[in-house]
Write a protein that binds this ligand. Structure first.
Ligand code: LLP
Length: 386
């Protein structure tokens, strides 16, 4: 990903910044589209993973839809040229203003997560005399076996409608004349690397479909969410996720009815590997058992390690020295501002350039201004002129 010319270029740019390899992004999308189109599956990009316009433009040109979780994400999508029919809107706490926006723009479908939400959408649709397509987000009570902060499909999580509420919901829907139930929605968590989990999801979706069919409801679409994990350990070797196996699981195990469409909402697997956080070593400081490599990037630019104790590969792009052990930390006034402990790096010195890999998803979008830090900058491979 980083050749000598590029590293020399990095040396001339003020750090920290995100660097996005758009060629890798395009290749990744190409592979996913190829696999999904075999079965006419519809892919929505989960905008929350990275909402940079340059990235969205590439995704739009490659004919994906989007999955939004806020009114601003809907506005950003429309602004980037996505058409309303390709937008789905999810979230447990949609405000009236956001629902009105979704109604006004005629998006494909609102994924609803509670009884009260259905009632409010119905009322807001009635105010403007429209009938709105909704899907029920079902909480399938499946353990995605990922970090507990990013698992969403267990009954203890705030997401989705629990199956024991469905009778009551169906009764209610009979009264809500401004809603049209068009589909079911599921999303069980993120960074799922065991494909067996998705097989379990398919089986659960089939059960749910049977339940709805038994209640004389035919569903136009099934949305199975996202969640496919990426390889944080070896980003170079596995730069494109195994979309083939992932998609095949759904083809094999999901019972798809005639004329029914299957939708996915994939975020991380599309954008994670194309992004790196590029930073410089400010100081090397001796600790008791380790050296600290103190970077000019911190948890304000990349929050994942502090929030989820997540691993990101750290590379020194300059040094060819012998390996030594470092705690790689940021400058923020928090001990959790640590990118990695006991990381083996070639002997590292002040001024070396460090790449923190696999940060294209949930990196830049989660950055903050804590400690009055400046907003993080970004550069794209297309813009690198040597
Ligand atoms: N659909 C829904 C309803 C979601 O909540 C999410 C992610 C996705 C799709 C996309 O999931 P993906 O394909 O990216 O796994 N900040 C965390 C991840 C939070 C994921 C939130 N929901 C992280 O940095 O790991």
């Amino acid at each position: 990903m980083f050749n000598k010319k590029l590293i020399n270029k990095f040396n001339t740019i003020k750090t920290p910044f995100y660097y996005y390899d758009l060629e890798l992004l395009k290749k990744t999308i190409e592979v996913l589209n190829k696999e999904a189109s075999k079965y006419k599956f519809i892919i929505h990009y989960a905008l929350k993973a990275n909402s940079n316009k340059r990235i969205l433009e590439i995704i739009r040109k490659n004919k994906m839809g989007v999955d939004c979780v806020s009114g601003n994400e809907i506005l950003r999508s429309i602004d980037t040229g996505f058409i309303a029919e390709d937008i789905v809107f999810a979230g447990v706490g949609k405000t009236d203003e956001e629902i009105n926006l979704a109604i006004k723009t005629n998006i494909f479908c609102i994924n609803c997560e509670s009884m009260q939400e259905l009632e409010v959408i119905n009322q807001l649709a009635k105010n403007v005399e429209k009938i709105i397509n909704v899907a029920l987000r079902i909480n399938p009570n499946i353990n995605a076996k990922t970090h507990h902060y990013i698992t969403t499909g267990l009954e203890e999580n705030k997401f989705g409608i629990n199956t024991w509420q469905l009778d009551e919901i169906l009764n209610k829907l009979k009264e809500l004349n401004n809603l049209k139930l068009t589909g079911l929605h599921f999303h069980i968590g993120s960074q799922i690397t065991d494909l067996e989990i998705f097989r379990g999801l398919c089986i659960r979706v089939n059960e749910m479909q049977h339940w709805f069919n038994d209640h004389n409801i035919e569903l136009q679409h099934i949305n199975v969410g996202g969640g496919l994990g990426v390889d944080y350990k070896e980003p170079q070797k596995y730069s494109i996720p195994d979309f083939k196996s992932f998609i095949e699981i759904f083809h094999k195990f999901l019972e798809i009815h005639a004329n029914q469409k299957v939708h996915f909402e994939i975020g991380r697997a599309i954008v994670a590997q194309c992004g790196s956080l590029i930073s410089k070593v400010i100081f090397i400081k001796k600790g008791i058992n380790t050296n600290f490599a103190i970077l000019d990037a911190g948890m304000t630019e990349l929050m994942r390690p502090a929030l989820y104790q997540s691993y990101h590969k750290i590379e020194n792009l300059i040094s060819k020295g012998l390996p030594e052990r470092y705690d790689v930390v940021g400058p923020i006034c928090e001990s959790s501002d640590t990118f990695g402990k006991a990381v083996m790096l070639p002997q590292t010195k002040r001024g070396d350039i460090i790449a923190i890999r696999t940060t294209g998803a949930y990196g830049e979008v989660m950055s903050s201004g804590y400690n009055l830090r400046s907003p993080v900058r970004r550069y794209y491979s297309d813009d690198m002129i040597f």
